[in-house]
Design a protein around this ligand. Sequence first.
Ligand code: SF4
Length: 282
Amino acid sequence: MSTRKLPSSIQTFRKGYAIPYRNLCNGNRKKIIKRITFITNPHTCNQSCDICFAQQAPLSWEQTQEMDFAIIEKTVKAFLPHGLTEIIPSTIGEPFLYSHFEDFLKLAKKCNVKVNITTNGTFPNGGIEKWMPLLQPVLSDIKFSAMHGKIPQSVEEVVSGQWLVASSISIQATLGKNDKLDKVPKGVNRVKINEPWILGRMIYDAEHDCPFLTKEAWVWVDGTFQVCPNPDARFGMRTKFPFGDFGNFAMQEPLEIWNGKKYREFCKNYKENPICKNCKMR
Ligand code: SF4
């Protein structure tokens, strides 16, 4: 039996995060997940955009205000040796208002994973000067929401600064029928235009495969594993279990849930599910 010699660069970091260990594992194990979204603070935002899902269907059923940072540490640690390359903070609620956001960025740096952010561009809790130096080493993409086509002023400041040399700057514009997109500042890498997603209009007859199942995970604020970000399921159905209860990363082993029979059966049979049948994301 051959004994594999470990590269000399292997070091184990505090709490067991091991960057070179992750690289070693990637070469020898199946990569099972690339990206995880943590819904860190769905209740906290400093704006109140009319087409936000939190306005369309307020989360009155959810009692947990903020994600316990230990859930993020535990989940990243579990998936790091299995191909995890990117983590995303709250895509509902403003991520800079998560009280552990600085820890989130530090964890990403320590574990050598990228961070992808969607923000309203107000940079609360310290401003651009505080956040950009912390984002710079880990950011893969920063998406500025341009609700009704209004591009946040901070985009101009970000593109003219020297902070984001290795990451992409995107505008994610949501345009209703009468909306026009503001002039896009030079230096923006990508503009993505969406129609407003009005909950409950599930008139599609989906034909393609689900882009998310078995590839990405969503972790709800209390640790509940969610299979996808479909707003009609998550908000429209006003429950954290629109497809059933697959488990909770805070209370169970994340890998056991991810590889578990219940989730894998759902992945095989999702095309029979009424929400998936009419899913706009397919
Ligand atoms: S609703 Fe179903 S098909 Fe659509 S994204 Fe979610 S799991 Fe995939």
